[in-house]
Design a protein. Structure first.
Length: 149
């Protein structure tokens, strides 16, 4: 089976579905999960007018990411699954690229992540980190669709 699974998490219900699927895959196996949260401060940087406002917002984004990772770790540990967490901070990079970079840096052999499964104009306007990852990943990617309800 898989040795190391990368699981991007952002606190959304969609990411939570990916997390639960990854925990199921790893449960009872010698598989380790690596939970990744990406703090993308580019949007924040472009919207902030003062340096102090930017630093405050960045501090809140970091704390949010740490909270998301902590919750993911607790869920995996409750299922007796070994895991690690990683918070990456980037400016001006696509989140999909950051996710795929971690595959090589951490020896992952699978990515499991949630996706909204959007189509048409909505997909074009909102973009999709999941789609970007699936296109450029050197390892298999398991996309878990959001609940339809």
């Amino acid at each position: 089976m898989y040795q190391r699974i990368l699981v991007p998490v952002d606190g959304s219900a969609t990411a939570q579905r990916g997390l639960r699927e990854a925990v199921k895959l790893a449960s009872g196996q010698a598989t380790r999960l690596l939970f990744l949260h990406v703090v993308d401060d580019y949007t924040t940087l472009s919207e902030m007018t003062s340096a102090s406002g930017y630093e405050d917002m960045l501090k809140r984004l970091r704390q949010y990411g740490l909270d998301v990772l902590s919750k993911a770790k607790r869920e995996a540990e409750a299922a007796s699954v070994h895991c690690e967490t990683l918070l990456r901070e980037v400016t001006g990079k696509r989140v999909a690229d950051v996710i795929v970079e971690q595959v090589g840096q951490h020896g992952c052999d699978l990515i499991v992540m949630g996706t909204h499964g959007r189509r048409g104009f909505t997909r074009l306007t909102l973009g999709s980190a999941a789609e970007g990852v699936a296109r450029i990943s050197p390892v298999p990617v398991l996309l878990v669709r959001a609940d339809e309800s």
